[in-house]
Design a protein around this ligand. Structure first.
Ligand SMILES: C[S@@+](CC[C@H](N)C(=O)[O-])C[C@H]1O[C@@H](n2cnc3c(N)ncnc32)[C@H](O)[C@@H]1O
Length: 307
Protein backbone atom coordinates (compact mmCIF):
# COMPACT_ATOMS: atom_id res chain seq x y z
CA UNK A 1 0.00 0.00 0.00
CA UNK A 2 1.37 3.41 -0.97
CA UNK A 3 2.08 5.86 1.87
CA UNK A 4 -0.89 8.25 2.17
CA UNK A 5 1.39 11.29 1.88
CA UNK A 6 2.70 10.05 -1.47
CA UNK A 7 -0.91 9.98 -2.61
CA UNK A 8 -2.33 13.17 -1.13
CA UNK A 9 -0.75 15.99 0.90
CA UNK A 10 -3.28 17.20 3.46
CA UNK A 11 -3.90 20.91 3.07
CA UNK A 12 -3.72 23.41 5.98
CA UNK A 13 -2.84 20.51 8.27
CA UNK A 14 -1.12 22.47 11.05
CA UNK A 15 -3.91 25.01 11.04
CA UNK A 16 -6.57 22.29 11.33
CA UNK A 17 -4.67 20.63 14.17
CA UNK A 18 -4.30 23.86 16.09
CA UNK A 19 -8.06 24.55 16.02
CA UNK A 20 -8.61 21.07 17.47
CA UNK A 21 -5.79 21.15 20.06
CA UNK A 22 -7.01 24.52 21.14
CA UNK A 23 -10.27 23.02 22.42
CA UNK A 24 -9.70 19.69 24.16
CA UNK A 25 -13.02 17.97 24.90
CA UNK A 26 -13.78 14.96 27.07
CA UNK A 27 -14.15 11.57 25.34
CA UNK A 28 -13.21 13.19 22.04
CA UNK A 29 -14.58 12.10 18.70
CA UNK A 30 -13.78 13.25 15.17
CA UNK A 31 -15.92 12.97 12.08
CA UNK A 32 -13.95 13.32 8.88
CA UNK A 33 -16.63 14.07 6.28
CA UNK A 34 -14.18 13.83 3.38
CA UNK A 35 -11.79 11.08 4.43
CA UNK A 36 -9.79 10.87 1.16
CA UNK A 37 -6.51 9.18 2.00
CA UNK A 38 -6.82 9.91 5.71
CA UNK A 39 -4.12 12.59 5.79
CA UNK A 40 -5.96 14.77 8.27
CA UNK A 41 -7.49 11.84 10.18
CA UNK A 42 -4.09 10.24 10.85
CA UNK A 43 -2.71 13.41 12.36
CA UNK A 44 -5.82 14.28 14.37
CA UNK A 45 -5.63 10.75 15.75
CA UNK A 46 -2.12 11.49 17.04
CA UNK A 47 -3.46 14.33 19.19
CA UNK A 48 -5.42 12.04 21.51
CA UNK A 49 -4.93 8.67 23.15
CA UNK A 50 -8.64 7.85 23.11
CA UNK A 51 -10.07 9.37 19.94
CA UNK A 52 -13.06 7.77 18.23
CA UNK A 53 -13.17 8.42 14.50
CA UNK A 54 -15.91 8.29 11.89
CA UNK A 55 -14.62 8.43 8.33
CA UNK A 56 -17.03 9.41 5.57
CA UNK A 57 -16.34 9.33 1.85
CA UNK A 58 -18.47 8.72 -1.22
CA UNK A 59 -15.57 7.16 -3.10
CA UNK A 60 -15.19 3.41 -2.59
CA UNK A 61 -11.43 3.63 -3.22
CA UNK A 62 -11.02 6.08 -0.33
CA UNK A 63 -12.97 3.75 1.96
CA UNK A 64 -10.92 0.66 0.96
CA UNK A 65 -7.70 2.59 1.47
CA UNK A 66 -8.87 3.83 4.87
CA UNK A 67 -9.81 0.34 6.01
CA UNK A 68 -6.23 -0.81 5.45
CA UNK A 69 -4.69 2.34 6.86
CA UNK A 70 -6.65 2.14 10.10
CA UNK A 71 -6.91 -1.66 10.42
CA UNK A 72 -5.80 -1.65 14.07
CA UNK A 73 -8.10 1.16 15.14
CA UNK A 74 -11.03 -0.50 13.42
CA UNK A 75 -10.29 -3.82 15.17
CA UNK A 76 -10.12 -1.99 18.50
CA UNK A 77 -13.64 -0.67 17.82
CA UNK A 78 -12.47 2.95 17.67
CA UNK A 79 -13.13 3.74 14.03
CA UNK A 80 -16.05 3.26 11.67
CA UNK A 81 -16.48 4.18 8.04
CA UNK A 82 -19.60 5.47 6.37
CA UNK A 83 -19.49 5.00 2.61
CA UNK A 84 -21.85 7.74 1.54
CA UNK A 85 -22.25 11.28 0.37
CA UNK A 86 -21.93 13.47 3.48
CA UNK A 87 -25.23 15.09 2.51
CA UNK A 88 -26.82 11.93 3.99
CA UNK A 89 -25.14 12.37 7.37
CA UNK A 90 -28.31 13.02 9.32
CA UNK A 91 -29.56 9.57 8.30
CA UNK A 92 -26.61 8.03 10.15
CA UNK A 93 -27.37 9.63 13.53
CA UNK A 94 -28.47 6.34 15.06
CA UNK A 95 -25.33 4.52 13.84
CA UNK A 96 -23.16 7.34 15.17
CA UNK A 97 -24.94 7.24 18.52
CA UNK A 98 -24.47 3.48 18.84
CA UNK A 99 -20.81 3.76 17.93
CA UNK A 100 -19.90 6.70 20.19
CA UNK A 101 -22.31 5.95 22.98
CA UNK A 102 -23.55 9.53 22.51
CA UNK A 103 -25.27 11.24 19.63
CA UNK A 104 -22.90 14.16 19.25
CA UNK A 105 -19.37 14.54 17.86
CA UNK A 106 -16.53 16.78 19.12
CA UNK A 107 -14.93 17.86 15.84
CA UNK A 108 -16.00 17.69 12.20
CA UNK A 109 -13.77 18.40 9.22
CA UNK A 110 -14.94 18.82 5.62
CA UNK A 111 -11.98 19.21 3.25
CA UNK A 112 -13.98 19.75 0.09
CA UNK A 113 -13.42 18.81 -3.52
CA UNK A 114 -11.43 16.03 -5.12
CA UNK A 115 -8.36 14.27 -3.78
CA UNK A 116 -5.05 14.01 -5.62
CA UNK A 117 -5.57 10.26 -6.33
CA UNK A 118 -8.92 11.07 -7.93
CA UNK A 119 -7.34 13.80 -10.07
CA UNK A 120 -4.38 11.61 -10.98
CA UNK A 121 -6.41 8.59 -12.03
CA UNK A 122 -7.14 9.06 -15.75
CA UNK A 123 -10.06 6.62 -15.52
CA UNK A 124 -11.97 9.05 -13.29
CA UNK A 125 -11.99 11.71 -15.99
CA UNK A 126 -11.26 14.78 -13.83
CA UNK A 127 -8.13 16.04 -15.49
CA UNK A 128 -7.42 17.61 -18.85
CA UNK A 129 -3.80 16.52 -18.49
CA UNK A 130 -4.62 12.80 -18.33
CA UNK A 131 -6.82 11.39 -21.03
CA UNK A 132 -9.74 9.31 -19.81
CA UNK A 133 -13.51 8.96 -20.11
CA UNK A 134 -15.38 12.23 -19.54
CA UNK A 135 -16.81 11.03 -16.24
CA UNK A 136 -15.95 13.15 -13.11
CA UNK A 137 -18.16 11.29 -10.62
CA UNK A 138 -16.54 11.31 -7.20
CA UNK A 139 -18.74 8.45 -6.11
CA UNK A 140 -17.37 6.28 -8.96
CA UNK A 141 -20.71 4.52 -9.28
CA UNK A 142 -23.90 6.35 -9.99
CA UNK A 143 -25.45 9.57 -11.28
CA UNK A 144 -24.87 11.65 -14.39
CA UNK A 145 -21.41 12.02 -15.89
CA UNK A 146 -19.72 15.02 -17.48
CA UNK A 147 -20.24 13.49 -20.92
CA UNK A 148 -24.01 13.16 -20.26
CA UNK A 149 -24.07 16.90 -19.63
CA UNK A 150 -21.87 18.04 -22.48
CA UNK A 151 -23.59 15.78 -25.04
CA UNK A 152 -27.21 16.21 -23.98
CA UNK A 153 -27.89 19.52 -22.27
CA UNK A 154 -29.48 22.36 -24.26
CA UNK A 155 -27.36 25.32 -25.33
CA UNK A 156 -29.20 27.51 -22.83
CA UNK A 157 -28.49 25.18 -19.90
CA UNK A 158 -24.83 24.81 -20.85
CA UNK A 159 -24.44 28.58 -21.04
CA UNK A 160 -25.98 29.01 -17.57
CA UNK A 161 -23.82 26.24 -16.16
CA UNK A 162 -20.57 27.73 -17.47
CA UNK A 163 -21.52 31.20 -16.23
CA UNK A 164 -22.81 30.14 -12.81
CA UNK A 165 -20.40 27.38 -11.86
CA UNK A 166 -17.39 28.08 -14.10
CA UNK A 167 -17.56 31.89 -13.89
CA UNK A 168 -16.91 31.96 -17.64
CA UNK A 169 -17.74 35.46 -18.90
CA UNK A 170 -19.27 34.85 -22.35
CA UNK A 171 -19.63 31.13 -23.03
CA UNK A 172 -22.26 31.41 -25.82
CA UNK A 173 -19.80 31.14 -28.73
CA UNK A 174 -18.03 28.07 -27.37
CA UNK A 175 -21.34 26.45 -26.46
CA UNK A 176 -22.57 26.93 -30.05
CA UNK A 177 -19.43 25.22 -31.25
CA UNK A 178 -19.86 22.37 -28.77
CA UNK A 179 -23.43 21.83 -30.02
CA UNK A 180 -22.25 21.81 -33.66
CA UNK A 181 -19.46 19.40 -32.95
CA UNK A 182 -21.53 16.94 -30.85
CA UNK A 183 -24.08 16.57 -33.68
CA UNK A 184 -21.32 14.93 -35.71
CA UNK A 185 -19.48 13.17 -32.93
CA UNK A 186 -20.29 13.14 -29.21
CA UNK A 187 -17.53 14.06 -26.76
CA UNK A 188 -16.26 10.94 -25.07
CA UNK A 189 -12.92 11.68 -23.47
CA UNK A 190 -11.29 14.45 -21.46
CA UNK A 191 -8.80 15.06 -24.29
CA UNK A 192 -11.63 15.27 -26.74
CA UNK A 193 -13.20 18.17 -24.82
CA UNK A 194 -10.08 19.92 -23.57
CA UNK A 195 -8.34 19.95 -26.97
CA UNK A 196 -11.56 21.17 -28.59
CA UNK A 197 -11.85 24.07 -26.11
CA UNK A 198 -8.16 24.85 -26.46
CA UNK A 199 -8.51 25.05 -30.26
CA UNK A 200 -11.57 27.28 -30.04
CA UNK A 201 -10.29 29.67 -27.38
CA UNK A 202 -6.51 29.53 -27.47
CA UNK A 203 -4.45 30.23 -24.34
CA UNK A 204 -5.48 33.50 -22.70
CA UNK A 205 -4.01 33.26 -19.22
CA UNK A 206 -0.45 32.12 -18.77
CA UNK A 207 -0.30 28.88 -16.80
CA UNK A 208 -4.05 28.23 -16.93
CA UNK A 209 -5.37 25.71 -19.43
CA UNK A 210 -8.27 27.28 -21.39
CA UNK A 211 -10.52 24.36 -20.36
CA UNK A 212 -9.99 24.92 -16.61
CA UNK A 213 -13.22 26.78 -15.84
CA UNK A 214 -15.30 24.53 -18.09
CA UNK A 215 -13.98 21.41 -16.37
CA UNK A 216 -14.61 22.96 -12.95
CA UNK A 217 -18.22 23.78 -13.87
CA UNK A 218 -18.82 20.24 -15.11
CA UNK A 219 -17.27 18.69 -12.00
CA UNK A 220 -19.29 20.91 -9.66
CA UNK A 221 -22.47 20.00 -11.50
CA UNK A 222 -21.81 16.26 -11.75
CA UNK A 223 -21.17 16.04 -8.01
CA UNK A 224 -23.60 18.79 -6.95
CA UNK A 225 -20.74 20.09 -4.82
CA UNK A 226 -22.10 23.56 -4.08
CA UNK A 227 -25.58 22.28 -3.33
CA UNK A 228 -24.44 19.58 -0.91
CA UNK A 229 -22.20 21.80 1.16
CA UNK A 230 -24.89 24.45 1.39
CA UNK A 231 -27.56 21.98 2.49
CA UNK A 232 -25.33 20.01 4.89
CA UNK A 233 -23.50 22.66 6.93
CA UNK A 234 -26.33 22.93 9.44
CA UNK A 235 -26.65 19.15 9.68
CA UNK A 236 -22.97 19.05 10.59
CA UNK A 237 -23.54 21.69 13.23
CA UNK A 238 -26.49 19.80 14.72
CA UNK A 239 -24.23 16.75 15.03
CA UNK A 240 -21.68 18.65 17.14
CA UNK A 241 -21.66 18.73 20.91
CA UNK A 242 -21.79 22.18 22.53
CA UNK A 243 -18.28 23.61 22.31
CA UNK A 244 -17.53 21.27 19.39
CA UNK A 245 -15.94 22.62 16.24
CA UNK A 246 -16.77 22.46 12.56
CA UNK A 247 -13.84 23.06 10.19
CA UNK A 248 -14.39 23.55 6.46
CA UNK A 249 -11.67 23.82 3.81
CA UNK A 250 -12.72 25.16 0.41
CA UNK A 251 -10.83 25.50 -2.85
CA UNK A 252 -12.61 28.16 -4.84
CA UNK A 253 -14.53 31.35 -4.38
CA UNK A 254 -18.04 30.00 -4.99
CA UNK A 255 -17.62 27.32 -2.33
CA UNK A 256 -15.98 29.71 0.13
CA UNK A 257 -18.77 32.24 -0.31
CA UNK A 258 -21.37 29.62 0.62
CA UNK A 259 -19.49 28.63 3.79
CA UNK A 260 -18.88 32.24 4.76
CA UNK A 261 -22.56 33.20 4.48
CA UNK A 262 -23.83 30.02 6.12
CA UNK A 263 -21.48 30.62 9.06
CA UNK A 264 -22.72 34.21 9.35
CA UNK A 265 -26.32 33.02 9.39
CA UNK A 266 -25.58 30.36 12.02
CA UNK A 267 -23.65 32.82 14.19
CA UNK A 268 -26.93 34.64 14.87
CA UNK A 269 -28.26 31.82 17.06
CA UNK A 270 -26.07 28.74 17.01
CA UNK A 271 -22.51 29.60 17.94
CA UNK A 272 -19.40 31.57 17.09
CA UNK A 273 -17.23 32.05 14.03
CA UNK A 274 -13.63 31.47 15.11
CA UNK A 275 -12.06 32.62 11.86
CA UNK A 276 -13.08 36.26 11.60
CA UNK A 277 -10.34 36.39 9.00
CA UNK A 278 -10.28 33.34 6.74
CA UNK A 279 -7.19 31.11 7.21
CA UNK A 280 -4.98 30.59 4.16
CA UNK A 281 -1.79 28.56 3.67
CA UNK A 282 1.61 30.12 4.08
CA UNK A 283 3.56 30.77 0.89
CA UNK A 284 5.90 27.89 1.84
CA UNK A 285 2.92 25.56 1.96
CA UNK A 286 1.60 26.86 -1.36
CA UNK A 287 5.02 26.33 -2.92
CA UNK A 288 5.26 22.78 -1.62
CA UNK A 289 1.71 21.73 -2.43
CA UNK A 290 0.08 23.09 -5.57
CA UNK A 291 -3.39 22.02 -4.40
CA UNK A 292 -3.02 24.32 -1.38
CA UNK A 293 -2.80 27.47 -3.48
CA UNK A 294 -6.47 28.38 -3.30
CA UNK A 295 -7.34 26.67 0.00
CA UNK A 296 -9.29 28.54 2.68
CA UNK A 297 -10.21 27.34 6.15
CA UNK A 298 -13.20 28.57 8.16
CA UNK A 299 -14.04 27.31 11.65
CA UNK A 300 -17.28 27.51 13.64
CA UNK A 301 -17.81 26.58 17.28
CA UNK A 302 -21.20 25.29 18.35
CA UNK A 303 -22.90 27.11 21.16
CA UNK A 304 -25.27 25.57 23.66
CA UNK A 305 -28.52 25.61 21.69
CA UNK A 306 -31.25 22.99 21.49
CA UNK A 307 -31.83 21.55 18.02
C1 LIG B 1 -9.81 16.89 -0.73
S1 LIG B 1 -10.09 15.19 -0.48
C2 LIG B 1 -9.87 14.96 1.25
C3 LIG B 1 -8.47 14.59 1.61
C4 LIG B 1 -8.26 14.23 3.05
N1 LIG B 1 -8.53 15.33 3.94
C5 LIG B 1 -6.84 13.75 3.22
O1 LIG B 1 -6.04 14.46 3.86
O2 LIG B 1 -6.49 12.68 2.73
C6 LIG B 1 -11.80 15.07 -0.64
C7 LIG B 1 -12.39 13.66 -0.46
O3 LIG B 1 -13.72 13.85 -0.06
C8 LIG B 1 -14.58 13.09 -0.82
N2 LIG B 1 -15.80 13.88 -0.97
C9 LIG B 1 -15.95 15.09 -1.57
N3 LIG B 1 -17.21 15.51 -1.47
C10 LIG B 1 -17.88 14.56 -0.77
C11 LIG B 1 -19.23 14.41 -0.33
N4 LIG B 1 -20.16 15.31 -0.63
N5 LIG B 1 -19.55 13.31 0.37
C12 LIG B 1 -18.62 12.37 0.68
N6 LIG B 1 -17.33 12.44 0.28
C13 LIG B 1 -16.96 13.52 -0.44
C14 LIG B 1 -13.88 12.82 -2.13
O4 LIG B 1 -14.32 11.60 -2.66
C15 LIG B 1 -12.42 12.80 -1.69
O5 LIG B 1 -12.00 11.50 -1.37
Amino acid sequence: MKNNLELHQPVLLEEVLSFIKDKPLENPSYLDATFGRGGHALEVNQLFSNLKIIGVDQDSEAISYGKELFQKKISAGDLQFIHSNFSEIKNYKEQIKNFLGKGLVSYILADLGVSSPQLDDARRGFSFYKNGPLDMRMNDQEGITASDIINNWSAEDLVSLFIEKGEVRRPQRIVDKIIERRKEKPFKTTDDLSVFIEKCLGWRKKGQHPATQFFLALRLEVNQELEVIESTIEDFLDLLEPGGRLLVITFHSLEDRIVKYKFKEMAETKGTILTKKVVQPSWQQKKKNKRARSAKLRVFERGDYVE
